[in-house]
Design a protein around this ligand. Structure first.
Ligand SMILES: Nc1ncnc2c1ncn2[C@@H]1O[C@H](COP(=O)(O)OP(=O)(O)OP(=O)(O)O)[C@@H](O)[C@H]1O
Ligand SMILES: [Mg+2]
Length: 220
C-alpha cells in the first residue's frame, strides 16, 4: 500500500506526519519504507538522527527518490507492505507522479485561511490524477490546530474541506503540541517518546487515530 503524505502548501506537517506514521507502523511489526521525495530531506535527517541517537529503537528503512517517482514507488510497493511517501511542499513532479500510483493521499492542512487557499488546487490535482489512478483515495485533515481557541479555527477549516467534492475529511484533528517538534529533533515518533504529560498522551492518541483512519479505509 502506498501512502502519500502531500500538500502543495509548505510547512503544514507533511514530514512530521510521514515520520510518525512510519514509526507507528514499524512498532507494530510492519515491513515499511519511508520515501523522502523532498530535496529538503527532512525525513532522511530524522531517520539519520534516529539511527545515530536511538540505537534501541526499531530501524526504519528509508530512501530518497526525486523527479518522476511513480515507477520507483510501484517497485517498492512490491517489496514492502507499506510505502510512506513525504512529498515536497509545492506543485512538484514528485507530488504529481506519486499521485499517479498511490493508494491514498493524506493531506495535512493548517487551519489558517491562507493555507486553505490551496484546497481547490489540490482538488484539481486529485481530479486529474484519478483519470489515470482510479483507486486513488484522497483525504485531508487539520494538523497543528491551536489548543487555545475552543476549536474555532479548526471548525471553519473542517467546514471548508467538507465542501470539497474530490477530497474527504478525516474525523481526526491533530493539535499543535510540543512533543511533535521534540520527536522530530530526536528521531522518534511521538508514540515512542518517554513523555507522560497529558499533552503527549493526547498527541499519541491523535496519531493512533489518524493511522486508524488511513488504514481503516483500506477496506472501502
Ligand atoms: N502537530 C504539530 N504540533 C507541533 N508542531 C508541529 C506539528 N506538526 C508539525 N509541526 C512543526 O511544524 C514545522 C513544520 O512541520 P513539517 O516540517 O513536518 O512540515 P512540512 O509540511 O513537511 O514542511 P515542508 O513543506 O517545508 O516540507 C516543524 O517545525 C514541525 O516540527
Ligand atoms: Mg517536509
Amino acid at each position: 500500500m502506498i501512502i502519500l503524505i502531500g500538500n502543495q502548501k509548505g510547512g503544514v506537517g507533511k514530514s512530521t506526519i510521514a515520520c510518525n506514521i512510519s514509526g507507528m507502523l514499524v512498532n507494530r511489526g510492519h515491513d515499511i519504507i519511508l520515501v523522502d521525495s523532498d530535496e529538503q530531506k527532512t525525513t532522511s535527517m530524522w531517520v539519520e538522527d534516529r539511527r545515530a541517537e536511538q540505537p534501541t529503537m526499531v530501524k526504519i528503512n528509508s530512501v530518497q527518490k526525486f523527479g518522476d517517482v511513480d515507477d520507483a514507488l510501484e517497485d517498492l510497493n512490491k517489496r514492502y507492505e507499506y510505502v510512506i511517501v513525504d512529498a515536497a511542499g509545492r506543485d512538484s513532479r514528485e507530488l504529481r507522479s506519486a499521485l499517479l500510483v498511490c493508494d491514498i493521499i493524506a493531506m495535512p492542512f493548517r487551519s489558517s485561511a491562507p493555507d486553505l487557499k490551496v484546497l481547490p488546487l489540490m482538488e484539481q490535482m486529485v481530479r486529474n490524477s484519478r483519470r489515470v489512478n482510479n483507486k486513488l483515495r484522497a483525504f485531508a485533515f487539520i494538523n497543528s490546530a491551536p489548543t487555545n481557541t475552543q476549536g474555532k479555527d479548526a471548525f471553519f477549516a473542517r467546514q471548508a474541506i467538507s465542501e470539497c467534492n474530490e477530497i474527504k475529511l478525516f474525523e481526526i484533528t491533530i493539535h499543535d503540541r510540543r512533543v511533535f517538534r521534540d520527536g522530530m529533533s530526536e528521531g522518534l515518533a511521538v508514540i515512542e517518546m518517554n513523555d507522560d504529560s497529558s499533552s503527549a498522551k493526547l498527541a499519541k492518541e491523535e496519531m493512533e487515530n489518524l493511522l486508524v483512519e488511513i488504514l481503516n479505509d483500506e477496506a472501502v
